[in-house]
Design a binder for this molecule. Structure first.
Ligand SMILES: Nc1ncnc2c1ncn2[C@@H]1O[C@H](COP(=O)(O)OP(=O)(O)OP(=O)(O)O)[C@@H](O)[C@H]1O
Length: 227
């Protein structure tokens, strides 16, 4: 489902004399349907950069990233938008939302943009918020004033609202208590069971061992670090 081949990335530091920093060469990985692959490697080795390229936030210098029949590296912006709507979900570490949108609609939105009727979308959002222990009295409020852990759980609920065929998870269990961590690990296991291809960064080692089928060490794609 996710197929990365010969991926490379340079950063050009425009405010430092245009220095070009090569951060990845020969990036290569596969994630099959129903599989979870964890990215590992020391700090600065390129885990986040890999995730951002797969999501289409960073443009690769070369190589390909196939997700279904789309190559993210060469896709037009409108194809990336369609890919993100239908196929590729992303649970980032931090929630970014428009002010004044109620939490229930923040979570329902990925379903609403796909044409799901409002009642069904809200019902799915409510079930996820309940499962993730967000008290019902908060659902009508914007999550912008919520605690860090509450915002993270709203973000996770939103990321799991639509059954994306491919899902990127950036530290989904960081800063969660034991009960909510368990809910998130169950959501990941259920997504795998329905056939989602998941690529994730998990600094939580027991979580990684439980949900990941394989690990990819991005250090082998880091210029100067690779063997
Ligand atoms: N926007 C950017 N501009 C310039 N350099 C960047 C940028 N983003 C990342 N880098 C560089 O790319 C390299 C890889 O960074 P990245 O954040 O992907 O590492 P990481 O493995 O996710 O690290 P960590 O585990 O600490 O989060 C680092 O050397 C970093 O300094």
């Amino acid at each position: 489902m996710i197929e990365v081949r010969n991926l490379s990335k340079n950063f050009t530091l425009h405010n430092q004399g245009g220095t070009v920093l090569p951060v990845m060469v020969g990036g290569h990985l596969d994630v099959a349907a129903g599989e979870c692959v964890g990215l590992i490697g020391q700090s600065g080795s390129g885990k986040s950069t890999m995730m951002r390229m797969v999501y289409g936030n960073y443009l690769a210098a070369g190589g390909s990233i196939r997700i279904g029949d789309v190559d993210v590296v060469t896709a037009l912006p409108r194809d990336i938008v369609a890919l993100r709507r239908h196929t590729l979900g992303y649970v980032s570490q931090f929630l970014r939302v428009l002010p004044r949108v109620p939490t229930i609609d923040v979570v329902a939105e990925p379903l609403l943009v796909l044409g799901t009727p409002v009642d069904a979308a809200r019902a799915k959002a409510a079930a996820l918020l309940e499962r993730l222990n967000i008290p019902q009295r908060l659902w009508a409020l914007s999550p912008t004033t919520f605690s860090g852990g509450e915002q993270q759980r709203v973000n996770i609920a939103r990321g799991f609202a639509h059954d994306y065929p491919a899902l990127l998870l950036d530290e989904p269990t960081a800063s969660l208590d034991a009960v909510n961590r368990e809910v998130v690990l169950s959501l990941i296991e259920e997504a795998k069971a329905r056939g989602a291809a998941i690529l994730g960064i998990f600094h939580d080692e027991p979580a990684r061992e439980r949900v990941c089928d394989r690990l990819v060490d991005v250090t082998s794609f880091t210029p100067g670090l690779s063997a």
